[in-house]
Design a protein around this ligand. Structure first.
Ligand SMILES: [Cu+2]
Length: 238
């Protein structure tokens, strides 16, 4: 959903009626950005369980599916629609207002409640502590401009307890604005990917990487979206 975009589109539509056919066609092809994305590498719970499908062999995905099927058909829609307040001079994230502790992986969306299960057996990726890594974000529709942020859990993180905001390091280890998307290679669920090369944090053992993808304001102050998308990726640092 893009409420602000819809407002701007209806304005464009009115102009199109005055201006004739070519603009009207532009409006039709613009279309609503229906769906969005999730972290593909290191694989997020929603992407991993979507790939497992309706008869998952992974026990955590199976338990998640029993609580809601969002991750299967709609893996890219773990969203909060009003997550970013663009009214201030600098856009202000409102994640914690919309997502309580324990519901970070579902972003407080009931159909994804299973992703909040505090389990140690979700599909997990092995990562080399402190080394450079190629992160990829699996996307089905774009927001521009945008910011991508990845947070890692603090030392002492316990995956058998519900994930809280205070479990995450205060500063993201990866923050990138407006990196261009490329065509998705085989094995991705969406049609495009964002790719980020960044240094992994210095960590040991089981951790969780929390990704937040959200819209930014354009230089002229307008914006496409107040949405943010959230992904939980289970990882083990070695
Ligand atoms: Cu959107």
């Amino acid at each position: 959903m893009h409420t602000p975009l819809r407002t701007r589109r209806s304005t464009t539509l009115a102009l199109a009626v005055l201006g004739g056919v070519p603009l009207a066609l532009t409006v039709l092809t613009a279309g609503p950005a229906a769906a969005h994305g999730a972290t593909g590498n290191p694989v997020s719970r929603t992407v991993a369980c979507a790939k497992e499908g309706w008869s998952p062999s992974n026990a955590a995905c199976k338990a998640a599916l029993a609580l809601g099927s969002g991750q299967i058909g709609d893996w890219k829609s773990i969203v909060q629609g009003q997550a970013i307040d663009h009214s201030a001079p600098t856009s202000s994230p409102q994640h914690r207002r919309h997502i309580p502790d324990g519901k970070l992986c579902s972003a407080n969306n009931g159909q994804f409640a299973g992703l909040d299960l505090a389990r140690t057996d979700f599909p997990s990726t092995s990562l080399a502590s402190g080394r450079e890594h190629t992160f990829q974000y699996d996307i089905s529709a774009l927001h521009n401009p945008y910011r991508m942020e990845m947070y890692v859990t603090k030392d002492g993180y316990d995956p058998s307890k519900p994930l809280k905001w205070s479990d995450l390091e205060d500063t993201p280890f990866l923050s990138a604005d407006n990196t261009a998307a490329t065509a998705a290679p085989a094995g991705f669920l969406g049609s495009k990917v964002f790719t980020f090369k960044a240094q992994l944090p210095q960590k040991q053992g089981k951790h969780l990487i929390y990704t937040i993808w959200h819209g930014l304001k354009k230089p002229d102050g307008s914006f496409q979206s107040q949405e943010a998308f959230y992904s939980c990726s289970d990882v083990t640092f070695r």
